[in-house]
Design a protein around this ligand. Structure first.
Ligand code: PHE
Length: 337
């Protein structure tokens, strides 16, 4: 039995087979167990002799099984390590890196520029009240200029803001009518427009407002000139044209000179040599007083520009929808812009 068992243990290839051998010899119905059971039938003299032999055989088989089991375990571990081995010399797969959206970059560039001139950056709600979007900006109910900005209404009094100008009124209110300040406010705005290459029902604006005791039109012009030159290059000129906004008086629109089109054949400048990039003006006395500032003591200038337009001009983007389609082939061109 001993030799046969040890031989079998040696032939075993895996732990399942080993278990079978163990059961066959040492299990309840195993052959060695059979011998030990039969001991009762032996004579007094034979019993201790056979018992000792049987115990020796059991020990031998048990230790053979234990040894084999260790060997099998090691073999299994070895195989597992082999299978899980990683070839650290394989060239890596590059991880694709994202980058800021072109609009984000442009807005941040404009923010930095105005922060450099002492402006703070503010935010305001996109869901706005009729009061802040219109009334506080000198557009009473039934004012015809409300049609200038086709509005998405939510209720009679709540709407999606059509411009960032409501943040003018909100900021003045928060300063309590007595402190001078300079702020800009970037944000999303909404208008009922049919989307095409130059219109989008949602776009962004950056509002600017400076209120102090002696703010003049020349201050506005100076700040806008610095902005245009820093944004587009020292060789750019600005031009202010008279315009109308209910919340500024006088009101202007600002054009910037086109560099590359020489007055003809240029799609962004439409052959004129100039492109409009923002609306501005001196804050209307009514707007100042509604927000708590005495128009006899304080004056201010305000402007509102469209970062999409600025990006389109700066990088020659010809369709405003590109900003919102999120086509990575378009966007990744500007990751180092
Ligand atoms: N809110 C105006 C618009 O959306 C722009 C503007 C802002 C004009 C501030 C003057 C002063 O068209």
């Amino acid at each position: 039995i001993k030799l046969e068992a040890v031989e079998k243990v040696n032939q075993v290839n895996d732990s399942k087979e080993l278990q079978e051998v163990k059961v066959a010899y040492l299990g309840k119905k195993g052959s060695l167990t059979g011998v030990l059971r039969g001991m009762g039938k032996l004579s007094k003299e034979e019993r201790p002799v056979i018992g000792e032999i049987a115990n020796q055989v059991r020990e031998t088989i048990t230790s053979a099984i234990e040894e084999k089991s260790k060997v099998l375990e090691e073999k299994a571990l070895e195989e597992k390590l082999q299978a899980e081995a990683i070839d650290v010399t394989l060239p890596g797969r590059p991880v694709k890196a994202g980058g800021p959206h072109l609009l984000t970059s442009i807005v941040e560039e404009i923010e930095d520029l105005f922060i450099g001139m002492g402006f703070e950056v503010r935010e305001g709600p996109e869901v706005e009240t009729d009061y802040f979007n219109f009334e506080a900006l000198n557009l009473p109910k039934d004012h015809p200029a409300r049609d200038m900005q086709d509005t998405f209404y939510i209720t009679n009094e709540l709407l999606m803001r059509t411009h960032t100008s409501p943040v003018q009124a909100r900021t003045m209110q928060s300063y309590g009518g007595s402190k001078p300040f300079k702020m800009i406010c970037p944000g999303k705005v909404y208008r009922r427009d049919t989307d095409d290459a130059t219109h989008s029902h949602q776009f962004t604006q950056i509002e600017g407002l400076y209120v102090d005791k002696d703010v003049k039109m020349s201050d506005l012009k100076g700040v806008l000139d610095v902005f245009a030159k820093k944004m587009f290059g020292q060789d750019r000129e600005i031009r202010l044209r008279p315009s109308f906004f209910p919340f500024t008086e006088p009101s202007v629109e600002m054009d910037i000179s086109c560099k590359s089109c020489d007055g003809q054949g240029c799609s962004v400048c439409k052959g004129t040599g100039w492109i409009e990039i923002l609306g501005a003006g001196m804050v209307h006395p009514n707007v100042l007083s509604m927000a708590g500032y005495d128009p006899n003591v304080y004056s201010g200038f305000a402007f509102g520009m469209g970062p999409e337009r600025i990006a389109m001009l700066k990088y020659g983007v010809n369709d405003i929808r590109q900003f919102y389609l999120n086509d990575v082939r378009f966007l990744k061109q500007f990751h180092n812009a």
